[in-house]
Design a protein around this ligand. Structure first.
Ligand SMILES: [Zn+2]
Length: 302
């Protein structure tokens, strides 16, 4: 009994190993597996970005692999001998263990857990100075300005975006010196109005040169109500950068720019307490922590 059971088990093992070898010989030919997908840091907080890198496989029919984190699609684009994609957790993402799923035509999906933690964004006061009040800003119309004017203008600047990336190098900084004076994600509250700061405020005296953070196309250079003189650059691959409260523009709407090109000068236009540069970066439809994005994505361009 013992012996025959052992024989049966051995038979099963032989069958399984035959299957395994048959399968592994196929999978070594197609090569999308865990060892070809890299996510360096799979625990992030709300607003942060992670990089998905997929090594190019030997014998696909040249279709670009696709990726998701949870139900959000991540655009992968070819770069040298790999595909790269950026997943940015929305500021309001529910903290949870999600799954990154990478698929390629005809191949088994690769699944990797991704943890999004709560960033615990602080609540600060939404300041409306006398000067701003005299200029027509109240805590109530700051919110309605966004709804009726500024946000629709930004949405329009995001339409007809390029699928393919304009860039072929890492993202850089918009100023020569970077000092963060207004963190991403903080809530600003005044009475019943609560706004979340979906960008970063960078120290910049009046008329400090502002540079494009990467190659792209200027899809908006326009005066908005809260945001003042604002530039939107489409970098392709559903990545946009926004530069707000500028004093003046150095490029017109429609201009194609290179990384490091002068695009304008910092200022104090719109709802702004003092001269500074507000930088926002939007990835796949969500505004994310810009400095974290620039720093985290550098390693992908090697
Ligand atoms: Zn700001």
């Amino acid at each position: 009994m013992e012996f025959s059971r052992l024989k049966k088990l051995c038979g099963a093992a032989a069958f399984i190993s035959a299957l395994f070898f048959a399968f592994s010989s196929v999978s070594s030919a197609i090569a999308l597996d865990l060892s070809s997908v890299h996510i360096k840091k799979n625990t992030i907080v709300q607003g942060e970005t992670l990089v998905i890198e997929v090594e190019k496989f030997s014998n696909t029919n040249n279709t670009v692999p696709m990726a998701w984190v949870g139900s959000r699609a991540v655009r992968l684009f070819p770069y040298k001998e790999k595909y790269i994609g950026f997943y940015s957790a929305p500021a309001k993402a529910t903290p949870w263990i999600y799954r990154a799923t990478i698929v390629a035509e005809g191949e088994k999906p690769v699944k990797i857990p991704v943890v999004i933690k709560n960033a615990h964004f602080p609540v600060t006061e939404l300041v409306v100075t006398k000067e701003l009040n005299n200029a027509g800003f109240t805590s109530r119309n700051i919110a309605s300005n966004l709804a009726v004017a500024d946000t629709p203008a930004i949405v329009a600047a995001f339409s007809n975006a390029a699928d393919a990336p304009y860039f072929s190098d890492a993202f850089g900084f918009p100023l020569k010196n970077i000092v963060n004076v207004g963190a991403f994600g903080n809530y600003r509250k005044s009475g019943s109005t609560v706004l979340q700061h979906l960008g970063v405020d960078l120290e910049a005296e009046m008329n400090t040169p502002v540079y494009a953070i990467n190659d792209g196309k200027v899809t908006m250079a326009k005066r908005l109500i809260n945001y003042g003189n604002s530039i939107v650059i489409d970098h392709g691959a559903r990545i946009f950068s926004m530069y707000l409260h500028l004093e003046k523009f150095s490029v017109p709407q429609g201009a194609v720019v290179k990384k490091g090109d002068l695009i304008g000068y910092s200022g104090n236009t719109g709802y702004s307490l003092a001269p500074h540069l507000h930088l926002s970066i939007n990835v796949n439809g969500t505004s994310i922590d810009p400095l974290n994005f620039i720093e985290t994505t550098q390693s992908a361009f090697q």
